[in-house]
Structure formats: structure tokens, C-alpha cells
Design a protein around this ligand. Structure first.
Ligand code: HEM
Length: 405
């Protein structure tokens, strides 16, 4: 889509500062509960100097996520920045920005490798990855930072293994990804880093062609050779894996461990009653306020909601982190209830763009927690050391989690 200027705030609503959790905490932003009650479609000012509609109620988030009149802008393409022209074109196309038959064909090709059944088959490998990292972490001695040692590298290691991305390349691609996803870089820098990622994925595809592996990328290259997919589809898949294939899982895992360490009775309950794990994982997905503003959609036509008009070109932010605490849907919504049933959370989105990696993400959370509970039954926060947070980020997750055992 051609970059649109950020839309001006409508006269019908005040523009609020972007809701952030209190500094040094995980959230959710206290403002969300208030907005759900009195202003479910609020206008907010984003850090990158643009405004957007901020949807906080479960029913609205559910509808908006699946609404075909809302599309996903390409990375670094919205809002347009000084010096950016339509000729700059989209830099990185991932699965999220694809639509119609091409998107459907790619999702079809990926349905089997990311199915519940396929993920179940990978569980022993996933557990091996967890144990390998935790063994090294334990050898490092106590106290240790569980984010650096485990919650950050684990989902990346699992994804690399499954998809066929060399884990050893991470020191190169992680900083490039950070720059590409920050949204705060200049047009020139944005172009430079997205070109680097593009070249990296193209190089990976060439390598796999020459030396096929037992991985999803190799399977997709075969589908491409058979004519079911195009080279651009395989590129979009590779880029998607780098941009959305591991970070969110890391954030959920770190927040879940942090929340359990804050509630030692719940840690012990889960440790001693492992049959609770599937329900507990759904509750972690509901309860962790990670998705407070990461999903940005753009309206392709006027949409009426709650007596207001989302105008063509307006940005809309459905907030699953708020929807998942909606008291209209969840009894005692702000309480972590590991035995909650009928958990209709929206952590994985909804509609044609729902999360491709939902089964994998559930497996990573389950296996990650199981491996931790097995190895460190008495894991606890390191004395005198607090977790650290990036208070400016909309994605709240500890930067470090000092623990002992
Ligand atoms: C707890 C972890 C995760 C959460 C909460 C999560 C959440 C989401 C959400 C809400 C969406 C929908 C975005 C939208 O509507 O535009 C999404 C899409 C997506 N997710 Fe995840 N995700 C997680 C882990 C993963 C993993 C491990 C993978 C790896 C395969 C993955 C791959 C994707 C892809 C490729 C899409 C785009 C799908 C499409 O547009 O067709 N996610 N995810």
C-alpha cells in the first residue's frame, strides 16, 4: 500500500497519550480498564508521531482483527516519515501483509508443518533444545539472568531448528531485526536494514536449494519448484519467521515465569500438578499483557463503530492485551487463575491472519515451563536484584530476570 500521511485526529474525540503500564511493571496499562468502560474506541498518539484508534473491548478487538476492510501495513511503511515517497514502495513483505489467493496458497502450504500434529512430533526435539540451554545456564552458576540464558534464546533455537535458519547467525540478524522493527529509524536507515534482511533470506534460500535440509524452508522451496508457490512467497515466509516467529514467544515465556516467581504458591501448584499445564498455558496467554499496541491495521474504507467513523486511511490498533482482561467476558479478569476453563482469549488473533505459529507457541510455553519446573523445582527471584524493563516499549517483557535456585 502507498504510504498515507498519518490521519488527523477526529474532532469527535480527544487524543490521548499512548497508554503504557506504570514504569517498572509488566502492565496492563491501567488506562485500558477505564477505556473499556467509557471510551472503547479511543484516539491515541503513537510514539512515532501519528494517531490511531485504540480498541480495548473484547467484542471489538475480535471483530476488527478479522475485518477484511482493515489491512496490515508493511514494516517500516507506516506512518510515512520525512523524505519517504510512494516510490520507496514496500520494503519487506511478510505473510501478514499478503492477502487474497496468494496469502491463501501460502497458508495452505504451511498448514501441515505448523499443525498441532506436526508440532506434537517435534516435542522431543523442543525439549532437547530447552534442556541444552538450561544445562548451560545452570553451569553458569547462581544467580543468573534467565532472560539471557533461557527465555530469549529458547524460542529462537526452536524456530531455527524447525525452519532451517542457522542459529549461529543470530548475532548478525538480531540487531538488524531490532533496527528494522523499531519503526523509529530514518527512511535511509530503514531502507538499509530491510535490504540487509531481504538479502539474508534470499541467500538462505539459495543455500537450501544447494543443500536441502529436513526443515520447513526446504519444503517450501520444493513447493515453489512444483509451481504451487512463487519465490516471493518463500521470501515472505522467511521474513515472517524472522520478524514474528520467536520474539513474542520469548516475551510470553519471560512474563509467565516472572508472574509465577511473584506467586510462589502458584509455582508450587503447577510444579506438583502437571495435569494443570494445558489450562495454565491458556491462562498465561490470556493474562500476560504483551500485546498492548503491536498490531497496527489500516482502514481501506470508512467503518462505523460505537457512533464514530474510522475513516479510510486511519490506523486502528486492536489490543488483545486489553480484550483478554475484559470483565464482560472473563470473571475476575485481573486474577491469574490457572484452573480457568472456557478461556476465549484473543492472544493469537482471529480471522485469515490468525497466528500461524499458535500450536508451536503453546508447545514452547509448555515445554519451556516443564523443563524449568523439572530442573529448578525451587526457582526464585535472586535476592536483592530486580528484573529490568524497557519502560518506553509497548511490548512489555522483562529485559532481565535475575533468579537463583
Ligand atoms: C505466544 C506467542 C505468540 C503470540 C501471542 C502470537 C500472536 C499472533 C497474533 C495476534 C497474530 C495476528 C496478527 C494480525 O492479525 O495481523 C499472529 C500472526 C502470526 N504469527 Fe504469531 N504469535 C505467537 C508466536 C508465533 C510463532 C512461534 C510463530 C512461528 C511460526 C508465529 C508466526 C506468526 C505468523 C507467520 C503470523 C502472520 C499470519 C498471517 O498473517 O497469515 N507466531 N501471531
Amino acid at each position: 500500500m502507498t504510504p498515507q500521511p498519518p490521519s488527523a485526529p477526529g474532532p469527535e474525540a480527544d487524543v490521548l497519550d499512548f497508554p503504557l503500564p506504570p514504569p517498572g511493571t509488566m502492565g496492563p496499562p491501567e488506562k485500558c480498564a477505564q477505556l473499556r468502560e467509557s471510551c472503547p474506541m479511543a484516539r491515541v498518539r503513537l510514539p512515532m508521531d501519528a494517531t490511531a484508534w485504540y480498541a480495548t473491548r473484547h467484542e471489538d478487538v475480535r471483530e476488527l482483527l478479522a475485518d477484511p476492510r482493515l489491512i496490515r501495513p508493511t514494516i517500516n511503511d507506516w506512518p510515512s516519515r520525512p523524505g519517504q515517497t510512494a516510490d520507496d514502495g514496500p520494503r519487506l513483505v511478510t505473510i501478514a501483509e499478503m492477502d487474497g489467493p496468494r496469502h491463501a496458497a501460502l497458508r495452505r502450504a504451511l498448514a501441515r508443518p505448523f499443525s498441532s500434529r506436526a508440532v506434537r512430533g517435534h516435542l522431543p526435539r523442543i525439549r532437547q533444545s530447552a534442556d541444552r540451554l538450561l544445562e548451560a545456564f545452570q553451569k553458569g552458576g547462581r544467580p543468573g539472568d534467565l532472560v539471557a540464558g533461557f527465555t530469549a534464546p529458547f524460542p529462537l533455537l526452536v524456530l531455527c531448528d524447525l525452519v532451517g535458519i542457522p542459529f549461529e547467525d543470530r548475532d548478525w540478524f538480531l540487531p538488524v531485526l531490532d533496527a528494522a522493527l523499531s519503526g523509529m529509524v530514518t527512511v535511509q536507515e530503514g531502507r538499509r536494514v530491510t535490504d540487509l534482511l531481504d538479502e539474508y533470506v534470499a541467500g538462505l534460500i539459495t543455500q537450501k536449494r544447494n543443500r536441502p535440509g529436513d526443515d520447513v524452508l526446504t519444503q517450501l522451496i520444493r513447493d515453489c519448484d512444483d509451481g504451487a508457490l512463487t519465490h516471493d512467497d518463500v521470501m515472505a515466509f522467511g521474513l515472517s519467521m524472522l520478524t514474528v516467529g520467536f520474539g513474542i514467544s520469548s516475551f510470553f515465556l519471560a512474563n509467565s515465569v516472572h508472574t509465577l516467581l511473584d506467586r510462589p504458591d502458584q509455582w508450587a501448584r503447577l510444579r506438583d500438578n502437571r495435569e494443570m499445564m494445558p489450562g495454565a498455558v491458556e491462562e498465561f496467554l490470556r493474562f500476560m499483557p504483551v500485546m498492548n499496541g503491536t498490531l497496527i491495521l489500516l482502514a481501506t474504507e470508512n467503518i462505523g463503530l460505537h457512533g464514530q467513523t474510522i475513516r479510510k486511511g486511519d490506523a486502528v490498533i486492536p489490543v488483545p492485551g486489553s480484550a483478554n482482561r475484559d470483565e464482560r467476558i472473563f470473571a475476575d479478569a485481573d486474577r491469574l487463575d490457572l484452573r480457568r476453563t472456557g478461556n476465549g482469549h484473543l492472544a493469537f488473533g482471529r480471522g485469515t491472519h490468525n497466528c500461524l505459529g499458535a500450536h508451536l507457541a503453546r508447545a514452547e510455553l509448555t515445554v519451556g515451563l516443564q523443563a524449568l519446573l523439572d530442573r529448578f523445582p525451587r526457582l526464585h527471584p535472586a535476592e536483592g536484584q530486580e528484573p529490568t524493563w524497557d519502560d518506553e516499549s509497548v511490548t512489555k517483557s522483562p529485559l532481565s530476570l535475575p533468579v537463583s535456585w
